[in-house]
Each structure stands twice: as structure tokens, then as C-alpha cells.
Write a protein that binds this ligand. Structure first.
Ligand code: SAM
Length: 284
């Protein structure tokens, strides 16, 4: 099958199947072989790897993954793409396409079935409208992972790397940095996609830590505190956390915990490091 990273081949397939792009599924297909090569190289895909691809589209990156990995599982929500994938991936016997919503599939089960429960790699040009729930879902459900190499909106890639003091610092930064080491691999301009997105993109790799960098007694509780802190970004932590009904915390309890940590009682969540959120969660 012709390399779909070459724009003319993608156009041929789209015309052959009279394919209509679905904006609501964030469909922007890659049409740049050098970007595809860089993603495969950054993910260090070898014949030992089982790879989960989220949103294969017409199978462009899937072809590259099938060439380099032992086993590929691709989860695609759009029914209209399934017959196309059957065609574009027909010469590969190491791929399984699942027609489903990635937020609904049991990824742990896929890892069990396809890789005997051993860690897999995730590689994807993500649908941007659900980047955060996909990443949080992968981490929070403790899927055995070696790494995640993904194309995301440039601004989101930047957010994953930020620390306190930046306006882009938030719950996603803290979640990513608790679970993994983020590294931006490449910036990718809109003309590498069809159709062109109206934002810049970046490839980012997230290498899972064996042990999180901070010790926390109750991860769920810490992320509840982090979410509540950034939901009400402009409020002090004392007000923001005591206003969040799910946390059941009084103003006095939050104030006492902050003072115990040597922090000002008027501090906002955006000023706290990951270590300080862990300590606050342990103290509360
Ligand atoms: N991987 C292809 C490429 O690089 O050319 C397509 C990438 S496109 C940005 C995102 C893909 O994710 C689309 O094929 C879209 O239909 C699919 N998608 C969107 N939402 C999804 C979901 N909830 N579950 C699985 N796939 C989804």
C-alpha cells in the first residue's frame, strides 16, 4: 500500500472513499513523512513493542507503526474510517483495529490480551478536543505504560512542562509531572496536516516514572485538591478548597495546614509546587 504520509496518496484514498472530515472528532490527518519518521524515532519503536494508537484516521501513522512494532492496536471512533483502514492496512497482519471511543474502552484489558500485561507504548496524533481526559485516563487507570508519544496542540504541550509562576501552569502540568518526564520532540506547523488545524502542534514524549517524584499518602485526594485549586484559580487556597464540596474541608483546616508548611494563608494554588501539593494533601 502506498505511503499515506505522501499527500497525493492521502488525497487518493479520501477521494476513493468520498470521505467527509468530521470536525467534531478532531480529524486532521498527517501528511508529512519526516514528521512521521520523527514520531517513530522519538518513541523508539522496536519489534519488541506492542503499541496502542489512539485515533488511526485513515491509517497513516498506523502503517509506520506496523512496519516497526511487533503488534499494533488502533482504536478509532469514526465508523466511516473502518472500511478505509481495512484497505490501507490490508498488508499487515500485526494490527487490530477496534471501532470504539478510547474513553470507553478497557485499555488494561487490551494490554492483558495483546501484551500479557507487560507495559505498552502509546503513540498518537490525538484528537485535540479530548487531549486532557485521554492523558489523565491513561495515568489514573494505571495502564502499564513504557511511554506516551503524542501530537497535541502546541499550547497544551507547553502547559505540560510548566511550573509555578507561569500562566499556563495548572492541573494538567501537575498530573503529567507526577507521572512522567515530559519532553518536547518537535513543533509541527498546520501545513503538515489535512485539513490544516487553526493552531500550532507539537510532538511531546512522556516517559513514565517508575516511582513518582513525590511521596503522597492518597493520590486521589491530592488530585482532588489540585483540581479544586485550579478550578478557582483567582481564589486563595483557603477559599478555593473550602468552597469545593467534594473535599469537605473547612477554612480553618486549610489555613492550619498552610501555616504548618510555613506558607502564607493568602497563597493561591498556582504558587504551589508539586512537592507542596503533596505535603498539603498529606497534612489535610
Ligand atoms: N492518526 C491519524 C493521523 O495522524 O493522520 C489521525 C489523527 S486525527 C488528529 C484524530 C483521530 O482520532 C481521528 O481519526 C478521529 O476520528 C479519532 N478520534 C476522535 N475521537 C476519538 C475517540 N474518542 N476515540 C477514538 N478515536 C477518536
Amino acid at each position: 500500500m502506498a505511503d499515506l504520509g505522501i499527500p497525493a496518496n492521502t488525497i487518493n484514498i479520501l477521494q476513493k472513499y468520498n470521505f467527509n472530515f468530521q470536525k467534531r472528532f478532531g480529524q486532521n490527518f498527517l501528511i508529512d513523512t519526516s514528521v512521521l519518521d520523527r514520531i517513530i524515532a522519538a518513541a523508539e519503536i522496536t519489534k519488541d513493542d506492542c503499541v496502542l494508537e489512539i485515533g488511526p484516521g485513515i491509517g497513516t501513522m498506523t502503517q509506520y507503526l506496523c512496519e516497526n512494532a511487533r503488534e499494533v492496536v488502533a482504536v478509532e471512533i469514526d465508523n466511516a474510517l473502518i472500511p478505509i483502514l481495512r484497505d490501507t492496512l490490508s498488508e499487515y497482519s500485526n494490527v487490530t483495529v477496534i471501532n470504539d471511543d478510547i474513553l470507553k474502552v478497557d485499555i488494561n484489558r487490551i494490554v492483558e490480551e495483546k501484551n500479557a500485561g507487560r507495559p505498552i507504548k502509546v503513540v498518537a496524533n490525538l484528537p485535540y478536543y479530548i487531549t486532557t481526559p485521554i492523558i489523565m485516563g491513561l495515568f489514573e487507570s494505571h495502564v502499564p505504560l513504557k511511554s506516551i508519544t503524542i501530537m497535541v496542540q502546541k499550547e497544551v504541550a507547553d502547559r505540560m512542562k510548566e511550573g509555578p509562576g507561569s500562566k499556563d501552569y495548572g492541573a494538567l502540568s501537575l498530573a503529567v509531572q507526577y507521572y512522567a518526564k515530559p519532553q518536547i520532540i518537535a513543533n509541527v506547523p498546520p501545513n503538515c496536516f489535512m485539513p490544516r488545524p487553526n493552531v500550532g502542534s507539537a510532538v511531546i514524549s512522556l516517559t513514565r516514572f517508575e516511582e513518582p517524584p513525590v511521596k503522597v499518602d492518597d493520590e486521589k485526594k491530592m488530585f482532588g485538591i489540585i483540581r479544586a485549586s485550579f478550578n478557582q484559580r483567582r481564589k486563595t487556597l483557603v477559599n478555593g478548597l473550602s468552597n469545593a464540596p467534594e473535599l469537605k474541608l473547612s477554612k480553618d483546616a486549610v489555613r492550619d495546614a498552610l501555616i504548618k508548611m510555613g506558607l502564607n494563608e493568602n497563597i493561591r494554588g498556582e504558587a504551589l509546587t508539586l512537592e507542596q501539593f503533596a505535603e498539603l494533601s498529606n497534612n489535610l
